[in-house]
Design a protein around this ligand. Sequence first.
Ligand SMILES: [Zn+2]
Length: 355
Amino acid sequence: MMIPDLQIDLNVAWRQLTSRDASADFLYGVATTGVFCRPNCKSRLPLRANTRFFPNAADARAAGFRACLRCKPEAPEQPSAVARMCAYLERRIDRPVRLAELGKLAGISPFTAQRIFKQAMGATPSQYQRALRANALRTELREGLRAGATTVTDAVYEAGYGSSSRAYEPAPLGMTPGRFLAGGRGETLRFAIAQASEDTQFGWLIVASTERGICWIALGDSERELDSALRAEFPAAAIAADESLAGTLATVLNRIGGGASGCDLPLDLRGTAFQLRVWKALQQIPRGETRSYSQLAAEMGSPTATRAVARACATNRVAVLVPCHRVVGASGSLTGYRWGLDRKRQLLASEGALR
Ligand SMILES: [Zn+2]
């Protein structure tokens, strides 16, 4: 039996619930207690007759249920199964990792591991590994050749390839800086510029978008500065002003002014698989909170990657919406910000994150 508008198959959901499947994408409520839970909650399994399924917390609340204190179904997810799989793959780029290993790691079947990984990352685990090796190779080559020591063959092995021929496998689409590295060749970017409210002294804001979504938000002191920064970032792209982005611009300005963050604007983020993970983790820092680089690395399941996390934050292309301003030094100092420390301070203050 299906509930058509919820898209939850009750028999499948019940089976996932009884096996406490952490990857199941529903919440369930227990009619006798009035509490709703994540599918993998440690609480006692309810009777099927008393169980209600919900696609999200808002629907569960609307039906009169309150959140379980144990599994906290409204809190942001703990380092998810996918994050743990990514960290596992990153530590093993020198050998193939079988899906069964990944499944075991997350307590799910190999098939489910593949499915949820692909859903979250847009690539299979083996494609992800291939992209990691390609990135490691580029780094090895750059650093090795600069030092004058490494031969290409050494670099290939250092980067985790078993043989040099495999270094020439194509990296999967969407996982490399790809077209953005080439300065946006073949892309058409539309942009709009506006001034933030004058009493905030926040300055000017530019939003640029591809067909897929926002690819660039930057802050600056003048229209001219922002216009030339956009052209410097995407020198090979076709760039055109577009009034129809005014609504998007207004939404971002509203958010800078401390407005609600409810609206989800489509983003077109491109970078290495690791950068994409960091940018995603940034989006999960709740408004009003901050993280240190090492906390963020730990939340991503890559506790040793603090420096790489800091680099990924520094190369964020979408200010405000990918809130790299919410990352501060371990001592609470503001550290750096691509668009100026004063603006970082203002953003954090407007979010109530400065004590
Ligand atoms: Zn619970």
